[in-house]
Design a protein around this ligand. Structure first.
Ligand SMILES: CCCCCCCCCC(=O)SCCNC(=O)CCNC(=O)[C@H](O)C(C)(C)COP(=O)(O)OP(=O)(O)OC[C@H]1O[C@@H](n2cnc3c(N)ncnc32)[C@H](O)[C@@H]1OP(=O)(O)O
Length: 208
């Protein structure tokens, strides 16, 4: 495939769906887990000036090491993967997929302190981002349909807690031509914390 082919979302998505986890990519997944751990720690501490200087220098060194190896999107591992452990990504807490059917998904997650809004509640934008990832996976279904979000509406019904298991349910409500209407629920135990409804549109060849 040439870089021109990757202007096409379907070509890019199909290329990226074809991803086999190896020992090397599992080590990358572990590194991302360490980044999550770091993010959770960094929001909770007020380090001393000496510690801050030391950490800033170390982070700048790691950043330079990564920048020297930067790759075009098509070649990166980031954003790929799937299966039970979900994608290699940092934009939401890790989603664990327990059941994936063509019209229903059950997943769970536990969000660390990094995703805090205020007073122990998850940030509302993160709740919506979790739904975009979950409902996007629902729209893709078991066949890996390539879809984009046309709209996503989220209702916040109760505080979404951090550091506790959250259960996520998604359903396809209806399908009309390229349109897939999907809904989602986010539960903490018996408490319904948030709901979402969204429209995903299946992409046409040539669309970005
Ligand atoms: C390689 C990467 C690809 C994989 C992606 C994984 C994505 C994960 C999910 C995302 O977060 S995507 C990022 C956020 N979404 C976007 O950036 C999408 C921006 N919008 C668009 O690109 C276009 O608007 C879109 C592709 C969604 C639709 O444009 P089209 O020109 O293909 O569709 P068209 O306008 O012809 O509409 C098709 C049908 O959907 C309906 N429709 C479109 N947008 C609508 C809307 N907002 N509300 C209600 N209906 C809508 C439209 O009326 C029509 O209905 P009918 O079939 O009944 O005629």
């Amino acid at each position: 495939m040439t870089s021109v082919d990757f202007v096409d979302a379907i070509a890019l998505a199909k290329h990226r769906q074809n991803f086999e986890e190896t020992e090397h990519t599992r080590a990358y997944r572990e590194m991302l887990a360490a980044v999550r751990g770091f993010q959770n720690a960094v929001v909770q501490a007020n380090p001393s000036p000496e510690q801050l200087e030391q950490m800033t220098t170390s982070l700048q060194q790691m950043q330079a090491m990564l920048e020297a190896q930067a790759l075009p999107e098509v070649e990166r591992w980031y954003g790929r993967g799937g299966g039970r452990d979900g994608k290699l990504q940092l934009v939401t807490p890790q989603l664990i997929f327990e059941e994936v059917e063509d019209d229903r998904i059950h997943a769970h997650t536990t969000a660390g302190e990094f995703y805090i809004g205020m007073n122990g509640a998850m940030h509302g934008g993160i709740v919506a981002t979790i739904f975009d990832a979950l409902l996007g996976r629902m729209a893709a279904g078991t066949q890996g349909r390539v879809c984009r979000t046309a709209y996503l509406t989220t209702e916040y019904k109760a505080i979404t807690p951090l550091n506790q298991r959250l259960d996520l349910v998604a359903k396809v409500e209806s399908v009309e031509r390229r349109k897939r209407f999907v809904t989602g629920q986010l539960w903490h135990g018996d408490t319904l914390c948030a709901t979402a409804d969204a429209l995903f549109i299946e992409m046409l060849p040539g669309q970005q």
